[in-house]
Design a protein around this ligand. Structure first.
Ligand code: PHE
Length: 354
């Protein structure tokens, strides 16, 4: 019996896992186990022998059963320890990147334009998108009979019946913010105004709502030369390469002289590349602020002068990021937004890159 005890207690102590332990249980105290077979032999013994052997066998059986139970608990503990060591999860790790949305190219380019021009000393100004016709037209030297009013495909707000005042409009350009800034702060001025504008127009390069950025600099001795420098610096910073510009004489009621500005590009291979080739693309209107506009803004044209420009933001985004159709900008198609959108953390800055 001592041999049996030694044999099983040693094996149980050394069992590697629960299967080995179960095999040992069957071999020792199972129906046909060694201890069980010994207990069957009790029947063939004399009562005296049985009185000695019986309790000893029972004690052995109990001892083996408790060793099995203790080992089982020890194995379970060890298995749990191993899993804890193996399957740990560090809940303090930063979450996996799961982008939920993107920054729209219009927002991104607005930020880019603002970063460049802010670095040149322009502050951001804003104005309402629903504008009265004085700010949108008259103050900008566009009287009511002027063809520019119809040319701009203006959206008019409805008036109540019997109200004969001129209707408000959805602003057709950001130029009314020129007037608002002049009246608000007086000269000198150095502002840009990015924002939404509206015209009834719809094709591959026109949508009824689009974005412009207005620029306005007024001081004592500002000239077209300053305008040209600012724009050339701007384009080179924006496109990240030296961009030639072409100033074409033009006409706007609110500037004199006026110039439309083209940037150098190539159309080779079916794609537009800015800053190379010998084609030109019109990107903005500009000029020296008309004396009548300064007057409407409460600024004395005998003392002050300045330049203004208005540029299409969406158009700049199309050119810089190779986006062929303007209409898709405003379709809210998730596939388009994921493809052309920017990460929220890609904030454009001059030092970080544009
Ligand atoms: N407001 C003009 C437009 O929308 C652009 C412009 C702005 C032209 C400022 C000259 C000066 O077309």
């Amino acid at each position: 019996m001592d041999d049996l005890r030694d044999k099983y207690l040693t094996r149980i102590a050394g069992a590697a896992d629960e299967t080995a332990l179960e095999d040992l249980r069957l071999a020792a105290v199972g129906k046909k186990g060694e201890v069980s077979l010994k207990m069957r032999e009790l029947g063939k013994m004399t009562p005296e022998e049985r009185q000695v052997a019986g309790p000893m066998l029972n004690a052995l059986k109990d001892e083996i059963n408790s060793a099995l139970a203790a080992k089982k608990v020890a194995l379970e503990d060890a298995a749990l320890d191993a899993r804890l060591a193996d399957e740990w999860l560090d809940v303090t790790l930063p979450a996996r990147d799961r982008p939920q949305g993107t920054i729209h190219p219009v927002s991104q380019v607005t930020e880019e334009v603002t970063a460049i021009l802010a670095d040149m000393g322009f502050a951001v100004a804003e104005g309402p998108q629903i504008e009265d016709d004085w700010h949108n037209f008259d103050a900008l030297n566009i009287p009511s009979h002027h063809p520019a009013r119809t040319e701009m495909d203006t959206f008019y707000m409805a008036r109540k019946e019997g109200d004969n005042r001129p209707p408000h409009v959805l602003r057709t350009h950001t130029s009314p913010v020129q007037i608002r800034s002049m009246l608000d702060q007086g000269a000198p001025i150095r502002i840009i105004c990015p924002g939404r504008v509206y015209r009834a127009d719809y094709d591959q390069t026109h949508t009824p709502m689009f974005h412009q950025v207005e620029g306005l600099a007024i001081d004592k001795d500002i000239s077209m030369a300053n305008l040209k420098w600012v724009l050339e610096e701007f384009f080179s910073a924006f496109f990240g390469t030296k961009v030639k510009t072409r100033f074409r004489a033009s006409h706007f009621p609110f500037t004199e002289p006026s110039a439309e500005v083209d940037i150098q590009c190539s159309f080779e291979g079916g794609t537009v590349k800015v800053g190379e080739g010998d084609s030109w693309l019109e990107v903005l209107g500009s000029g020296m602020v008309h004396p009548k506009v300064l007057e409407a803004g409460g600024i004395d044209p005998a003392e002050w002068q300045g330049f203004a420009f208005g540029m299409g933001i969406d158009r700049m985004a199309m050119l810089k990021y190779g986006i062929p159709d303007l209409r898709a900008f405003f379709d809210s198609d998730l596939r388009w937004l994921r493809h052309y959108g920017f990460s929220a953390l890609q904030v454009p800055t001059l030092h970080g890159g544009l």
